[in-house]
Design a protein around this ligand. Sequence first.
Ligand code: PEP
Length: 251
Amino acid sequence: MTRPRKLAAGNWKMNGTAKAALAEVAALSAAHPDPKVDLLICPPATLIAQMNWAKKTHPLALGGQDCHAKTHGAHTGDIAAAMLADAGATYVILGHSERRADHHETDADVRAKAIAAEAAGLISVICIGETLTEREAGTTLTVVGTQLDRSVPDIATPENCVIAYEPVWAIGTGKVPTTAQIAEVHGFIRERLTARFGAAAEGFRILYGGSVKGTNAAEIFAVDDVDGALVGGASLTTADFSPIITALENA
Ligand code: PEP
């Protein structure tokens, strides 16, 4: 099986209001009118519908940053996967380390959300990654393997699921693992997916995330089994995100 198109994904986290977001849609679309990789922005949920209208025919995809595992009900402040889809999302980030830390989300929660996302027709971007303490203790592969096994549901396919390896210590810190460390973990994830899903594992996109910038993107994208990036801070402006997209197109 050949690998699908690479994916440059932006996670805006809790940043952005309508005026600036719509300007970013216009700027990003103009900078990459015919992208050779898949482009995804995950803005705050309040912006998805407006950005969806604004992007018109441009192939920029939009995603949520979380969804609830249930379809509806008494869950104040939560958003169902079908609501994200209704607003124009086609992806949803699940199990980001900030949600695992701030909202105590477990692997079982992430797995249930991924099943709900699939039922709503969304592609899950499932985040896994070790803390600095875990890396220094030499348990990175055990931690990542366990999160992968428990967070990714049996119904996962390359079409409905993307894996994002995000070392927690690299997110928003400016610290980046060595290319050898990235290669080791991405190769391990591919092997683990192959053991579980067979030949289909080749089709899963495995993104790297954690302090990706225009200055380090080409080096990271040259690593085997890196099929794109999940980008936080550097996805907020086209000036910062565009060089990363170009590096992925040229990888
Ligand atoms: C992220 O939040 O997923 C992320 C990778 O952030 P940053 O690029 O800012 O490190």
